[in-house]
Design a binder for this molecule. Structure first.
Ligand code: SAH
Ligand code: TRP
Length: 333
């Protein structure tokens, strides 16, 4: 139940958690399933423990990783227009992280005088809690209803809309789903939208493979550390003995699928023990574990995905160099 407001900022925060313990259960299932396949694979959500979240923040500042700056540029130029078109009183954000760019939108909605509630959803508990605390301070009168959960499983725990709503899915995170799950995810999002509501979706665009590969393989090696962090998470949560230094970071653009693939490649043949699962995992020298894809879009591809989810494009907004797109969409009429 929402707590009664007393006018104190503390009282305008509500946080629900849907993970309690199921976080490591889902890691165990994903590891068991993904590391026993002929082509080893893990879903990307396990990168983001608190160390992973810090590394991701550093990635966003890297000279090679243009996406965050490009998306911010679009938001800064178009947030006012988005606020006007949507008249939103609430902003739902999936995979909200530190909500850094979100403030540009909140500023615009707040200036337009419509903003009432912010609903961040993320798997990383510490980020939902700290961003909620910061935002109620920064935006007097704003109520924050944080949801700690998995956006593939817990969208139904997003509270019903109290007014016109925008669901934001920024940072190109939709690109981290393989095509089938991507459409499933978009259908799930579409179910959160009433006739008056909008989706604001950030997607990276197809471009020169050298630019793309550099963005996922920076000179400083921060992305490599981020990629290897998943092994540290498995060591800690499942009592395993991977040596992250045994794995090389690989990022290549697959031109056929138009996605970046992130992999960890074993530098030598090895056997790791995962005590919590009572299993050994063998890697041959050079064998790869796929840890993430990051799909790159064109306007046509995105419109197809939206249509399949019952959504139609309202605005296609790009940065000056056409590197990144923010799409405003709504339920098809
Ligand atoms: N929106 C931010 C962060 C993007 S990074 C930005 O644009 O910079 C991806 C975010 O999604 C991280 O905060 C991560 O914790 C979260 N995330 C990843 N997989 C998730 C899942 N399955 N469910 C919920 N959140 C997830
Ligand atoms: N959504 C981000 C993207 O696809 C996530 C990301 C950026 C990422 N750099 C990464 C994930 C490196 C794994 C490794 O761009």
């Amino acid at each position: 139940m929402p707590r009664a407001g007393t006018g104190l900022t503390r009282e305008s925060i509500r946080i629900d958690s849907h993970l309690d313990g199921s976080g490591s259960r889902s890691l165990a299932e994903d590891v068991l399933d993904g590391l026993t396949r002929p082509f080893k694979e893990l879903p990307p959500k396990h990168f983001y423990d608190s160390h992973g979240a810090e590394l991701f923040d550093r990635i966003c500042e890297l000279p090679e990783y243009y996406q965050t700056r490009a998306e911010r540029e679009i938001l800064e130029q178009r947030a006012e227009e988005i606020a006007e078109l949507t008249g939103a009183s609430e902003l739902v954000e999936l995979g909200s992280g530190t909500a850094a760019k979100t403030r540009v939108l909140l500023d615009a909605l707040s200036s337009a005088g419509t903003l009432e509630r912010y609903i961040p959803l993320d798997v990383t508990e510490s980020m939902v809690r700290s961003s909620a605390r910061a935002l109620v301070e920064e935006y007097p009168g704003l109520s924050v209803h944080g949801v700690i959960g998995d956006f593939e499983r817990h969208l139904e725990h997003i509270p019903p809309a109290l007014g016109p709503r925008v669901v934001a899915f920024l940072g190109g995170t939709i690109g981290n789903f393989p095509p089938g799950s991507r459409r499933r995810m978009l259908r799930g999002i579409a179910r959160l939208l009433g006739a008056e509501d909008h989706l604001l979706l950030g997607t990276d665009l197809v471009k020169d493979p050298r630019v793309l590969e550099a963005a996922y393989n920076d000179a400083e090696g921060v992305t490599a550390e981020f990629n290897r962090n998943v092994l540290r998470v498995i060591n800690r949560e499942l009592d395993a003995d991977f040596d992250p230094a045994d794995f090389e970071h690989v990022a290549i653009f697959d031109e056929h699928h138009e996605w970046i693939e992130m992999r960890l490649r074993a530098r030598r043949g090895l056997v790791a023990t995962i005590a919590a699962l009572e299993m050994d995992v063998r890697f041959d020298a050079g064998e790869e574990l796929r840890t993430e894809i990051s799909a790159k879009f064109t306007r046509e591809r995105l419109q197809g995905d939206l249509a399949a989810a019952g959504l139609e494009l309202v605005r296609w907004l790009t940065d000056a160099e056409q590197r990144f797109a923010l799409t405003l969409a709504r339920p098809s009429s």
